[in-house]
Design a protein around this ligand. Sequence first.
Ligand code: ADP
Ligand code: MG
Length: 234
Amino acid sequence: MIIDMQNICKEYIQGKMKIPVLKDICFQMEEGEYTAIMGPSGSGKTTLMNIIGCLDRATSGKFLLDGHDVSMCSENQMSDIRLEKVGFVFQTFQLLSGMSALENVALPLTYAGIPKKERLKRAGELLERVGLSDRASFKPSQLSGGQKQRVAIARAMVNHPKILLADEHTGALDSHSGDQIMELFEELNSAGVSILMITHDANIASRASRIVEIRDGILNTKTAVLPEKEVIST
Ligand code: ADP
Ligand code: MG
């Protein structure tokens, strides 16, 4: 099991008030699964994703990522797990503007302590995999939105993570670029990468093999939102 969440709660403290944002979430994902999370703005999607990606901690509950009990980990252990197991893709790409596409892709390998020559070689392979070998020296400002997102995916994959987390990753793209990104996701999933993506877009969600819905901090793994496509429920 890649994700095993039991009774996860998250609250933020605002002044003297505790604001519950995630309420008793139980969620499991098998390795190799491709799941979409849908829900209105403010329902807790990003908060949930940040906990799954080891960027943030739950207030209570138990969370195992690929068998590691993250709820018991120190901050340092959390970053090690994140580096080894998780790739992130965001709506706004989050590329560093002063670096080339190749350098952006290679960046996570710096944190992993890989020597420079090896970093650039691996980054080059990943850029090739996303079809951007000919853009290696381009800065983000010289790339289209779809190309930037492909660079971001290459960066997310450069450490060979087990799971790819995407937060509204097609939200800033036109539908053609969005389609290309979704094809790339399908290739990665076929190669065995687990994928969990957040989206508002029912068409994008329908590409996943399972859709779960979150509303007001409550995750419903049994409902599906889509009319057209058959949805596998747990
Ligand atoms: P979504 O991604 O579904 O739009 P979020 O997870 O970003 O929702 O936010 C869920 C709720 O948690 C919102 O009401 C938001 O205001 C609140 N929230 C998110 N981050 C913080 C924070 N750092 N401090 C206080 N409240 C927060
Ligand atoms: Mg969000």
